[in-house]
Ligand binder design. Structure first.
Ligand code: FPP
Length: 247
């Protein structure tokens, strides 16, 4: 699909968000409604991930950040964590060729060193295989926590001050940003949360400052490319003022 096709979707190519993040919530409820194991919900959720990665590529969205596993998710039952790790590894292995082919670079935010060794290995291999890709970025938040990200930033900046590498008066927004997991990634434009919860859940706390937020009642496994495009249409109608008064 070419960029002109955006118009066919009723989208203005000039107003395509550069960076979209998604809180993929509702896999458990999707499974429960069908009397299925929660893992089945995550499996179906993985199909939605594939569909949304594809539509982002078609629409030339530069960065898609997916909240795949939070620091809090380590408190889930061991069997569910194991199921999620199995799915993550499956995704990283199965999608590798398509990511390479689609010129998508895989990146990660969070604490990937907390993941099981076999998942870390698959992650490293897919990141290496896609490292030269410069079309767009699929950014997975893995063992991610927004507060932890800020704590790590403070530690790093404080360490540099202590060693005389930077002066306190040099600390500004740009410097803070350059010490976050998302350094070098375009500003977040749009956050989507599925399953209707009106919460941020420790996601991208700094980066959300001026992002537009959309919450849909759809459970993540039912989320489709069509609904994503519909949200983009609503996004394009929003008046983004960034705290200013527009002329
Ligand atoms: C939230 O639903 C979802 C998660 C904690 C995991 C998201 C994972 C996937 C979509 C599959 C794997 C993804 C990748 C990128 C490989 P929930 O379990 O909290 O749902 P509930 O609130 O209905 O219980």
């Amino acid at each position: 699909m070419s960029f002109n096709n955006n118009k066919q979707h009723g989208l203005d190519p000039a107003l395509i968000p550069r960076h979209v993040a998604i809180i993929m919530d509702g896999n458990g409820r999707w499974a429960k409604k069908r009397a299925l194991n929660r893992i089945r919900g995550h499996e179906k959720g993985l199909e939605a991930v594939r569909a949304i990665v594809r539509v982002c590529r078609e629409l030339k969205i530069l960065v898609l950040t997916l909240y795949a596993f939070s620091t809090e998710n380590w408190q889930r039952p061991a069997a569910e964590i194991a199921g999620l790790m199995r799915l993550l590894k499956k995704f990283l292995v199965q999608e590798r060729a398509e990511l390479v082919e689609s010129n998508i670079r895989l990146s990660v935010i969070g604490q990937p060193d907390r993941l099981p060794d076999n998942v870390q290995k698959a992650l490293r291999q897919t990141m290496d295989a896609t490292a030269q890709n410069d079309g767009s970025i699929l950014n997975l938040a893995l063992s991610y926590g927004g507060r932890t990200e800020i704590v790590e930033m403070v530690r790093s900046v404080a360490g540099k001050v202590a060693h005389g590498k930077i002066r306190t008066q040099d600390i500004n927004e740009a410097l803070v940003e350059s010490h976050l997991y998302t350094k070098g990634i375009p500003e977040l434009d749009l956050l989507i949360r599925t399953s209707g919860e009106m919460r941020i859940s420790n996601f991208l706390l700094w980066q959300l400052a001026y992002a537009e937020i959309f919450v849909t009642p759809t459970l993540w496994p039912d989320f489709s490319a069509d609904e994503f495009i519909d949200i983009l249409k609503q996004f394009q109608l929003r008046d983004r003022r960034f705290g200013k008064v527009l002329p």
